[in-house]
Write a protein of this length. Sequence first.
Length: 416
Amino acid sequence: MKFTLVIPISAVSLLGINCADAGRAGTAGRTGQKPQVARYSVTDLGTLGGTASIAFGINNAGRVGGGANMRGENQHPFLWDKGQMIDLGTLGGLNANAGGTNENDELAVLSETATKDPLGEDFCGFGTNLICLGAIWKHGALTPLPTLGGNNGQAVTINNRGQLVGFGENSTRDTSCMVPQVLGFEAVVWGSDGHVQELSPLPGDSVGFALGINDSGQVVGSSGSCANTRLVPLRIGPHAVLWENGSATDLGSLGGKRFNTAAAINNRGEVVGASTLPDEATLHSFLWTKATGMRDLGTVGADFSSLPTAISNKGQVVGASCVTADFINGPCRAYLWQDNAMTDLNDLIPVDSPLELLFAYGINDAGQIVGQAMHKDTSDLRAFLATPIKSNVGSESVPDIAPDGSKEPARTLPTP
């Protein structure tokens, strides 16, 4: 199987990317600019024997979760720590990947099983039409999570209390769904005991999905109808939603109605996501707070669109900024938003780095960033870790942390 770049607001569905185009945004961003003093070191996290990998999240100990290709180019979830990449396996299918790890080294996983979907759906997005299930990896074992009565589910992320969020199918056929989807689906929370709880969509909506959860149990995502809410290849919903204390709140929009999705929420209740502008073609990152509502974060330079994926508890936001509206084919560049400014992350790394940073997917409270890059020599897609380093230029708050996260206490990781 060809490894594909994950473009949805929070990582899981898979898309193809034109690698020849992918790196142009970052390169163009440097043209005519004076080299800057590096503020981040960059580590290539490697693969599981194949040609590509992607990192979706990082905890405060510097441990990373994501997906990496095997020798046969099927994709498996991994947990990376200090140069060691652990293969977490699958639920019997060919492919799986993982979100970021919590502070207990537990990961949310979506995995194919060995069973063909009887309705021909492609819920995991790998193109195999195998049944897809959410799962949790902890104590060295991968355990499947229940759906809402349908065949499929996806677990997207996990908080430090062991609660997971994602979405699961119910048993209701909906003829309005976009092909190949047949059954309805809802946002869900799985408790630390594996029990599944449905999160009702906004009034008037019939389906939904959840992408982020903080340690207080606040959940964000999107809802809509099965006709205008899709899971593959992009997770797109018309209404950005915050679920809190059993109720759903519409977070509003930047003027558009087609795409409004909340991607992540930090422990301060700050939400990031993406919204179309009134032209319904331009997609911008937003930051929402209860006090100020939704704020447009813009793009890098004159880029057309931007998409956020994560926000730290210090309010730093990461994602991608793209020259066009096409997040699939790019060209896109990884961005860091802080101090009211969005910066091409490629301008903050050594100019001789072999990696062009395409998409940032996760950030921890130390400012370490993970995502996917392209190797300039081979065009291979690789998971990266960008770690702040001391510099006499820029923010004085950049922490002094080694690329391997060695300030954290050593821990022996369980193996499958």
